[in-house]
Write a protein that binds this ligand. Sequence first.
Ligand SMILES: NC(=O)c1ccc[n+]([C@@H]2O[C@H](COP(=O)([O-])OP(=O)(O)OC[C@H]3O[C@@H](n4cnc5c(N)ncnc54)[C@H](O)[C@@H]3O)[C@@H](O)[C@H]2O)c1
Length: 453
Amino acid sequence: MSQPIAIPQNPNNHVVGPSMSPSSPFSSPQMKVKVLHPVENVHLRLLLLENISQDAVAAFRAQGFHVDHHAKAMSEDELIQALPAYHAIGIRSKTKITARVIKAATKLLVIGCFCIGTNQVDLPAAAQAGIPVFNSPFSNSRSVAELVMGELVALSRQLFDRAHELRNGIWNKQSKNCWEVRGKTLGIVGYGHIGSQLSVLAEAFGIRVVFYDVLNIMALGSARQVESLDVLLAEADFVTLHVPELPETINMISTAQLTLMKKGSYLINNSRGRVVDIPALIDSLKSKHLAGAAIDVFPAEPGSNGAPFDDQLNEWSSTLRAIPNVILTPHIGGSTEEAQRLIGEEVAQSLTRYLDYGSTVGAVNFPEVDLRAMTQDQSDHIRVCHVHKNQPGVLKAVNEALSPYNVEKQYSDSKGEVAYLMADISDVSIEEVTKLRELISATSANILTRFLA
Ligand SMILES: NC(=O)c1ccc[n+]([C@@H]2O[C@H](COP(=O)([O-])OP(=O)(O)OC[C@H]3O[C@@H](n4cnc5c(N)ncnc54)[C@H](O)[C@@H]3O)[C@@H](O)[C@H]2O)c1
């Protein structure tokens, strides 16, 4: 009978609560989830750059990780020097993780983008090095939905123009062409995370909601899905866009669509800059067919705060800026403290779930694999996490190595050139883990093999 695995000592070892539950929840309340840690790296080291939230720092430290926190981004050369000492890195959008950086980061297990986008990371290079990348694409949905609510009222009351006039010392009280939003129709294009949240908020204002989506989606509240974009455009007093940028959504609102919109209606775009044909919108606003627009995203956007938003960037910029009742904002739809906090929580949780439990659910560049959690009475169980090249014969070789043990559960999946296998095996001693690691790591397709216990 083999000796049970000794769980690595962790000064802050604690049972994870429901929100940190490692895998699929247990059905029985008697079963206590076992806290796992890497067998080989008891003290994992994390490098957090770009002033990532202190809540995330606290969450990592509570897991027993060593955290180094920096306010600024690092250059490629600085990263190449610093990263070999770390098992995980957290960044926002300014730090570029290139193939050179990944090659130098020999201990790196995981990358967390504490933001929405991930194009600052060379995702294929990371995947090929066995490094999953996590982000938080939907944490700011509510922030965008709330901004749209503000824009609905601001446009229909010409709020920005009146406020601007008074700031310039001009008193211009008027009610002509100023409306309540109550009883009007909002047309939501794209009923995903943001569109559906907005639907609920708008109905609370007494607004009728219709939406168009390429998918059939169950409407929330009294909202109604319409069969085509054209139907929505003809019916709505406000049209708001919440679709991703895809080849078929680029310029999805152009002259033909603007012509279909009701005279005196409004267009709101907080999705992606290229979804609206802005010169066509300018024509529609100038001809007074549309009564106003709110635009938060642009085909070309300045790279930093303080940079000009001028005709060199977008040739129509000064024309658009001069049109009355047009609200222009610098891509702030999702920029709130709450969204930042949610991003911090979500990405910190994804990194912890990968480092301690092997779960890749939510990774952008990796096959998504997870296993049901182990229970505390399974003291001689270990979890094998094997990242390998997606090629024939791997499972046979790995299962041969695992064959002396009872494989309690196993799951594998692939994405492009990379595949990932997780297996929980029982009746294993520490000495056997070393042998098993040698066996699996020696297989020809091996990229990374970790053991959690
Ligand atoms: N302004 C900001 O700061 C900000 C912040 C967050 C998100 N966004 C952008 O908002 C958009 C929506 O985000 P989300 O989180 O709601 O996305 P989501 O993926 O949850 O929803 C998008 C919806 O659009 C639908 N769709 C796709 N193609 C369509 C088409 N051709 N016609 C109609 N519907 C279509 C999809 O089926 C889906 O239901 C994205 O472009 C995102 O980048 C902007």
